[in-house]
Design a protein around this ligand. Structure first.
Ligand code: FAD
Length: 569
C-alpha cells in the first residue's frame, strides 16, 4: 500500500476540512470513511453555524463569552478564543467554496438566534445546513484528487514506539483487510450518540475513533459531559432543530404555560440546552407534562415562515409524529444529542503534548466531535459544533501536513498488523450462536445509559450502569455474528462497532462517577451545586486494558479573561 503523509479517518465536515487543508499544504493525503462521505453524520446538522461578524456589530469576544458561559466554565478559554476569532474567516471560506447560505432582506448573509447567545449569529441554509456544507466540501475533495477510501472501516490504529504510523482497515465491499501506512493520522470519526437509546444521532455514530485513540494510549477527556437536546421526538428521538425556537417557537406545559419563564426569565426558550432540558424534565416529573413530553408550539410563526425556514421540521412532524406544526403543537422531550468530551487534543489537533503535561501518541491528530479541544466544556452551544469541525479540522490538517514533512516512516511489518486484525475478525466470525445477539446487547447498553446517565444522575444509578456494562462486555466476548461472509457484511461491522461503543459507554460512566459536582450537562442529584473549589478541572481517563479500571488524572481549565461567574439565563 502506498504511504501517505496524512491519512484522515472520517469524511464528515471535520475530516474533509482537514484533508483539504493538508492537501493545500502540499501533503499526499488520503481520506477514509466507513460510509459514503455525504452520508456522514454532519449531513444531519439542521440549524446552522455560528460566527460573530464585525460588520453586524458583533464581536468575537461576545461569542467567546457566550461559549464560556454555555460551557459552565469548563471550556478551555484559549481554545474558545481561537474558535471564535477564526469563525468569520471560516464562514467566508465556506461561502467561497460554494455554500449558498440564506440571505436577509438586504441580501447579506442572514442569521437566526440560537440558544445561550445574546445575539443572532447563526448562519444557515434553511434547516439543512450540514447537508449543504457537506456536499459542497465533497465537491472540493473530488476536485482536489485526494485519494479516497470510501466504505472502508478502520479497525485499528498502528502505533510503534509511541508514534502512530497508519491504520488497519477493512474494505467493506470485499472484506479485504489492509495496512495503510501514513506519517500522520487524523481521527475525525464523529460522535458516539448511539451509545444511548434513543438518540438524535445516526446509527453510524458509534464512537469508533474515541475507542481507537483511547486504546492506543491517548486519554479521553470530560467524557461525562453528554448533551441532551431539549427538543426531540418521543420514541424515535428525531431532532427538532433549536432553529425552531430561534425563529420564535414556544415551549408549553400541559396548562399552556410558557414554563421557561420560571427557569430562565431572560433567555426563556433560548437558554442553554442543559438548562432547558432540566426545566422540561422537571415539568414532566412534577406532573405538568403531556404523556411524558412537553409541547413545542410553532403555530404563531405562520405557515410561510415554517415552510421556508423550517421545511424539514415540518416534514419530520408529519412523518414521525403525525403532527402538522402549522396547526398544532408538537410533543417533544430531551434526548441524547452530542458528546462534549472526547479524544484529548491541543489547539493544533495534536493528540500529544510536547511539554509532557499529559501523555499521548505522536503523529496522531483528532478534530470534530470525536475530539475534545475543549471548546464546549460542560455544555455545547447550538451551532458551535459545525464551527468546531471546520476551524479545528483546518488546523489539524495544516499541522499534520507540516509535521509529516520531515518525519519519514520507519520500516514496518505490515503483515503483522494485518494478521492481528484478521485474527480478531475470524475469531468473531467463527463463534457458535449462543442465542444472544449484538442488537440485544446494543439495545441494553443504550437504554441503560439513557436511564442512568441522562439529564439527572446520581451515584447509585451510575454504579448500577457500570455493573450492567461489565456484564454486557462479558456477553459481547461470547456473542456470534450470524452472517459468516466477508462481502458487505454489515452484521460484522455492527459487531465491531459494539466493541467501541461499550468502551465509550464505560468511559462516560467512570468519568460521571468521578465528577462529584453538578456542572453543565452533568447534573448530579446527590451533588446539586457547581463546586469550583474542587472541580474546576478536566477529567482524563487513560486506558489500562479491558479488565482494569482506567487511570484517572486531571488538568486545570485554561482561564484567559473570563473567571467563573454564577450562571443565570
Ligand atoms: C440531528 C442533528 C442536528 C445537528 N445540527 C447541528 C447544527 O445545526 N449546528 C451544529 O453546529 N451542530 C449540529 N449538530 C452536531 C454536528 O452535526 C456534529 O457534531 C458534526 O457534524 C460532527 O461532524 P464530524 O465531522 O466530527 O463527524 P461526522 O460528520 O459524524 O463524520 C464522521 C466520519 O467518520 C467516519 N467514521 C467513523 N468511524 C469510522 C471507522 N471506524 N472507519 C472509517 N470511518 C469512520 C464516518 O464514516 C464519517 O465519515 C447536529 C447533530 C445532530 C445529531
Amino acid at each position: 500500500m502506498q504511504e501517505y503523509h496524512v491519512l484522515v479517518i472520517g469524511a464528515g465536515l471535520a475530516g474533509m476540512r482537514a484533508a483539504l487543508e493538508a492537501h493545500k499544504q502540499g501533503a499526499r493525503v488520503a481520506l477514509m470513511s466507513k460510509v459514503h462521505p455525504v452520508r456522514s453524520h454532519s449531513n444531519a446538522a439542521q440549524g446552522g453555524i455560528n460566527a460573530a461578524l464585525t460588520d453586524r456589530g458583533d464581536r468575537w469576544e461576545d461569542h467567546a463569552y457566550d461559549t464560556v458561559k454555555g460551557s459552565d466554565w469548563l471550556g478551555d478559554q484559549d481554545a474558545i478564543e481561537v474558535m471564535c476569532k477564526e469563525a468569520g474567516q471560516e464562514l467566508i471560506s465556506l461561502e467561497h467554496m460554494g455554500v449558498i447560505f440564506n440571505r436577509d432582506e438586504q441580501g447579506r448573509l442572514g442569521t437566526r438566534a440560537f440558544g445561550g447567545q445574546r445575539r443572532a449569529r447563526t448562519f444557515f441554509v434553511a434547516d439543512i445546513t450540514g447537508q449543504a456544507i457537506l456536499h459542497v466540501m465533497y465537491e472540493q475533495i473530488l476536485k482536489s484528487g485526494i485519494a479516497l477510501f470510501e466504505e472502508w472501516f478502520c479497525t485499528d490504529l498502528v502505533v510503534e514506539n509511541g508514534r502512530c504510523v497508519g491504520c488497519v482497515a477493512m474494505e467493506i465491499r470485499t472484506g479485504r483487510v489492509a495496512f495503510i501506512p501514513a506519517r500522520t493520522v487524523i481521527l475525525a470519526t464523529g460522535g458516539l450518540g448511539r451509545v444511548f437509546e434513543p438518540s438524535t444521532n445516526a446509527l453510524i455514530c458509534t464512537g469508533d475513533g474515541m475507542a481507537l485513540a483511547y486504546r492506543a494510549g491517548v486519554p479521553l477527556m470530560d467524557m461525562e459531559m453528554v448533551q441532551y437536546h431539549p427538543t426531540t421526538l418521543k420514541g424515535s428521538g428525531v431532532l427538532i432543530t433549536e432553529g425552531a425556537r430561534g425563529e420564535g417557537a414556544y415551549l408549553l406545559n400541559k396548562d399552556g404555560e410558557r414554563f421557561m419563564a420560571r427557569y430562565a426569565p431572560t433567555m426563556m426558550e433560548l437558554a442553554s440546552r442543559d438548562v432547558v432540558s432540566r426545566a422540561e424534565m422537571t415539568e414532566i416529573a412534577e406532573g405538568r407534562g403531556v404523556d411524558g413530553c412537553v409541547l413545542l408550539d410553532c403555530r404563531h410563526l405562520g405557515e410561510k415562515k415554517i415552510r421556508e425556514r423550517l421545511s424539514q421540521i415540518y416534514e419530520i412532524g408529519l412523518d414521525f409524529a403525525g403532527v402538522d406544526i402549522t396547526k398544532e403543537p408538537i410533543p417533544i422531550r430531551p434526548g441524547m444529542h452530542y458528546q462534549m468530551g472526547g479524544i484529548k487534543t491541543d489547539i493544533w489537533g495534536r493528540c500529544w503534548d510536547p511539554q509532557g503535561k499529559w501523555q499521548g501518541v505522536e503523529g496522531l491528530f483528532a478534530a470534530g466531535e470525536c475530539a475534545c479541544v475543549s471548546v464546549h466544556g460542560g455544555n455545547r452551544l447550538g451551532a458551535n459544533s459545525l464551527l468546531d469541525t471546520v476551524v479545528f479540522g483546518r488546523r489539524a490538517g495544516a499541522t499534520a501536513a507540516q509535521w509529516a514533512q520531515d518525519k519519514p516512516l520507519p520500516t514496518l511489518n505490515d503483515a503483522h498488523w494485518v494478521q492481528k486484525t484478521e485474527t480478531r475478525i475470524r475469531t468473531l466470525l467463527a463463534r457458535e450462536n449462543n442465542g444472544d445477539t449484538v442488537a440485544r446487547i446494543r439495545w441494553e447498553m443504550g437504554t441503560t445509559m439513557d436511564q442512568f446517565l441522562g439529564v439527572f444522575r446520581e451515584q447509585e444509578g451510575m454504579e448500577q450502569a457500570l455493573r450492567t456494562l461489565r456484564q454486557l462486555r462479558q456477553r459481547y466476548n461470547k456473542v456470534s455474528v450470524r452472517d459468516k461472509g466477508r462481502t458487505f457484511n454489515t452484521a460484522l461491522i455492527f459487531a465491531l462497532e459494539l466493541d467501541y461503543m461499550l468502551e465509550c459507554a464505560e468511559a462516560i460512566v467512570r468519568s460521571g462517577l468521578e465528577r462529584k459536582e453538578s456542572r453543565g450537562a452533568h447534573y448530579r442529584r446527590d451533588f446539586p451545586k457547581r463546586d469550583d473549589a474542587n472541580w474546576l478541572k478536566h477529567i482524563l481517563l487513560y486506558w489500562r486494558g479491558e479488565n482494569d479500571p482506567p487511570t484517572i488524572t486531571y488538568l486545570p481549565v485554561t482561564i484567559t479573561q473570563w473567571p467563573p461567574e454564577k450562571r443565570v439565563y
